[in-house]
Design a protein around this ligand. Structure first.
Ligand code: NOJ
Ligand code: CA
Length: 841
């Protein structure tokens, strides 16, 4: 049963695309029908699909395989009756399968009653204007021709109407005129007819071409979007759990415009991704995929992409550059017969040289890229194509059920079949069919069932965010899909040769990756980059659960037993800064410790010495050189740790350290607006955190910022003023003339301090009343305070900090903070448990 209270069902289904005529023939006339399709619903349910998309099944002369509709509210008699259809819908829903059908509204067949009426009607009448007419075939000259192999113009002369009519596709498919409001009413009424019949989703065929305007490409026009919004409004008002799927073969930003603001189509095919998947494995390089996904805009929350590898049309190469098209043609369509319009008319298996590894790899991408996957009928068993059949018929041949006559599709005489089945030795129905594959546990069909089942179990694959990892080996595509607690790591080898890859999974340290298809646990993620090897065209999907047991055979390699040094701390950790203790710490303990830290990037650099220097207790001279780490050594002191290494650490490692006691979250928040922070990312910069830290120093109220803004700007800023009012002086801000106190930064150190102090005092003397607030800027750091001393101390400290940060930034790194507790842990007596473990006792 389907749940009509779940309007977002389309985000989490697996769609199967099929043609009624091609699936199963129940009455031996050589043409598949609704009764036959209904019989095969058990097969589809067993395969695991949860939505079925049917190609057009309406009365039609079938010159464009049904996309040339002659009557909207009927069933092509070859496929059955309206009763058969109703029964079919019921049976689908009984099995929890949603039904998606076609709403072809850009054009009709020239046999449609509307067109016959229009050509007879007087020019200017509404009946005539159901279509787009012109006296000349020169209008809208900027619109491209889509079926380049068959059509020379988008206009065709109609001798009855004595005018040209407009058509974006075949000349027997006149385009409907969306400038006529009556037409839109009719379209909506057709839509309601099928929705009332229980249809769950409608594919809007050829949707970018609804409206045409002179001087434009006649694609993606505002007026087209207006029409779609009206259609959607009707859905929202009366059928809130139904879905619209846009067929817009356009560049990413243009496709995405069909989502509107969540008020146009619920789904759009990701046309640009599809050819780039083929490109990536042809070139053995992840770039085409990562690049197009980076170009893919965010979409509204109530929308979803539809992802596909193949469909009933040619593999379209319209959305690639000319050079890419030539490359793909020469790689995948060596025989010119395989080419059609701007594409390749072949099925998945033959495109991939019938290479099972490649077929699985591409399916793994289909099921793990953001969006809802669509399988084209027959591709689940690796059906082939027939390039000798015209148009796109080569990929629309009968489904291959068994090795029996007509591939088990029909009991009719073979001559009667709507198209001959595939009969060659590799892909023919004797070699490739459902019956045989169902019996073979290792068949593609059974593999597809498994991957579909896994995909249905993991919402992260349908709904999750996408984040690429960029390992050094570009032949490997690696990405994370995350939805709430469900995290799936996907790794794919795009190359024909085996590959190794090292992945930075430090965020998941300690977790045990569990491979999804076989459920085997892999060794836990440790300190080193995670090493994986992949066979030719291999792929893995891992979940990264918070709790999973490491494989039983996994042995934790004991870290080599270090030469333990005992440091005696008579006077807390400060004893470590002088004498023998300091010496041992800087030459033996700290270098060994730093080298093992994940945040220490220069792994192969040998650290000779590391030094602790306390900043803030009269000592303001600690300098950052090319090899300095900054250590937050206590709640009210700063210390720097110098080491012969390179300073680089990961920001996300820094936060938890700073999150300790002395640094309240509120202080970080406040620093957010007082500093050069990407407010959108909601991530405080290191400087911001540092400033926040200074805010917690007793007696000092400190507002820090870095160079790009001046004091004046700071004071003008709404945030800063609010901050100052709330935190410092609730009723009043008195600010002594900033400009006149400001001493330009020339010489760091005491001289500057003296100069600033003198200037501040002079200024205060000149004031008629004592200021409530003194504000100083030094080296871009600003302090607010009640006494010149406190303000000066803070600005000087700020200036020092600026130097430290600038020094670290010049190295391309960020300072590293440690807490006193950590320093003690590093230097303290070795833990007995650890010693025993390390000794393997
Ligand atoms: C898009 C359909 O996918 C294709 O098969 C058809 O030929 C065109 N629309 C024109 O109707
Ligand atoms: Ca039939």
């Amino acid at each position: 049963m389907i749940d009509r209270n779940n309007p977002l069902w389309f985000k989490n289904v697996v769609i199967y695309e099929a043609h009624v005529k091609a699936f199963f023939d129940s009455n031996k006339d050589g043409i598949g029908d609704f009764a036959g399709l209904t019989e095969k619903l058990d097969y589809l349910q067993d395969l695991g699909i949860t939505a079925l998309w049917l190609l057009p099944f309406y009365p039609s002369p079938l010159k464009d395989d049904g996309y040339d509709i002659a009557r909207y509210r009927g069933i092509n008699p070859d496929f059955g009756t309206m009763r058969d259809f109703r029964r079919f819908v019921r049976k689908c829903h009984d099995r929890g399968i949603r039904l998606i059908t076609e709403l072809v509204i850009n054009h009709t067949s020239d046999q449609h009653r509307w067109f016959q009426r229009a050509r007879e009607a007087k020019p200017g009448t509404s009946a005539r204007n159901f279509y787009v007419w012109s006296d000349s075939d020169k209008k809208f000259a900027d619109a491209r021709i889509i079926f380049t192999d068959t059509e020379k113009s988008n206009w065709t002369w109609d001798p009855v109407a004595k005018a040209y009519y407009w058509h974006r596709f075949y000349s027997h498919q006149p385009d409907l005129n969306f400038d006529n409001p009556r037409l839109l009413q009719e379209v909506i009424s057709v839509m309601r007819f099928w929705l009332d019949m229980g249809v769950d989703g409608l594919r809007l065929d050829a949707i970018p071409y609804l409206v045409e305007r002179e001087g434009t490409s006649c694609e993606n026009l505002t007026e087209t979007h207006d029409a779609i919004r009206k259609i959607r409004a009707e859905i929202d008002a009366r059928y809130p759990d139904r879905m619209l799927l846009a067929e817009a073969n356009q560049w990413p930003e243009d496709v995405a415009s069909y989502f509107g603001n969540g008020d146009e189509c619920h789904m759009c095919y990701h046309f640009p991704l599809m050819p780039r998947i083929y490109m990536a494995i042809a070139q053995e390089d992840r770039y085409p995929i990562t690049d197009i996904m980076r170009q893919t805009p965010e979409i509204p929350a109530n929308c979803q992409w539809a992802i596909f590898l193949r469909n009933h049309d040619e593999l379209t190469l319209e959305m690639v550059t000319g050079r890419e098209r030539d490359y793909l043609w020469s790689f995948y369509a060596t025989d010119p017969r395989m080419r059609l319009n701007l594409g390749i008319r072949r099925r998945l298996a033959p495109l991939l040289g019938n290479d099972r590894r490649k077929i699985e790899l591409l399916n793994s991408l289909l099921f793990s890229m953001p969006g809802t996957p669509i399988i084209y009928y027959g591709d689940e068993i690796g059906m082939g194509d027939n390039v000798y059949l015209g148009d796109r018929n080569g990929v629309r041949t009968p489904m291959q059920w068994s090795a029996d006559r007509n591939g088990g599709f029909s009991a009719s005489d073979p001559e009667r079949l709507y198209l001959p089945p595939i009969m060659d030795t590799i892909y023919g129905f004797e070699a490739v069919n459902v019956e045989a594959q169902a019996r073979s546990p290792s068949s593609l069909l059974n593999w597809m069932k498994r991957i579909i089942a896994v995909c249905r179990d993991h919402r992260a694959l349908g709904l999750g965010t996408l984040r690429f990892l960029y390992p050094g080996n570009r032949k490997v595509l690696a990405y994370l899909r995350e939805h709430e607690k469900d995290i799936v790591l996907c790794v794919a080898n795009l190359a024909r040769a085996a590959q190794a890859v090292e992945l930075d999974l430090s965020r998941f340290k300690g977790r045990v990756p569990v491979e999804l298809l076989g459920r085997s646990a892999f060794p836990p993620i440790g300190d080193l980059p995670y090493l994986l090897t992949l066979p030719s065209y291999g792929f893995y999907w891992f979940i990264l659960p918070e709790e999973a047991e490491a494989p039983h055979w996994h042995e934790t390699v004991p870290e080599p037993l270090p030469e333990f040094v005992t440091l005696v701390m008579r006077d807390s950790w400060r004893s470590l800064t002088t004498g023998r203790e300091a010496q041992e710490l800087s030459t033996n303990v700290l270098p060994a410790f730093i080298g093992q830290q994940r945040w220490f990037a220069a792994k192969d650099t040998r650290i000779a010495r590391a030094k602790l220097a306390i900043l803030g207790e009269g000592n303001t001279s600690a300098r950052v050189s090319a090899d300095t780490f900054l250590v937050k050594a206590s709640g009210s002191n700063l210390a720097t740790l110098s080491a012969a290494g390179v300073t680089e650490c990961r920001f996300d490692r820094l936060l938890p350290l700073l999150g300790e006691k002395s640094l309240a979250d509120a202080a970080i928040d406040e620093a957010l607006f007082a500093s050069r922070v990407d407010a959108k990312a909601k991530k405080p910069s290191v400087e911001a955190i540092f400033h926040a830290y200074l805010l917690t120093l007793p007696g000092v109220n400190f507002v820090g910022h870095t160079h790009p803004i001046t004091v004046n700007q700071l004071l003008c800023s709404k945030h800063a003023r609010k901050f100052a009012q709330r935190r410092l002086f609730p009723d009043e801000i008195v600010c002594c003339g900033v400009e006149s106190v400001f001493v330009p930064y020339t010489d760091p150190g005491l001289k500057l301090g003296q100069a600033m102090r003198r200037a501040t005092m002079a200024y205060i003397r000149r004031l008629s009343r004592a200021p409530r607030v003194i504000l100083l800027e030094n080296h871009g750091f600003i302090a607010l305070g009640a006494t010149p001393e406190s303000v000066l101390a803070a600005t000087l400290m700020g200036a020092k900090a600026a130097e430290i940060f600038a020094g670290a930034a010049a190295l391309g790194g960020q300072p590293r903070f440690l807490t006193p507790a950590q320093v003690v842990r590093i230097a303290g007596r070795p833990d007995e448990h650890y010693r025993q473990k390390a000794l393997g006792l």
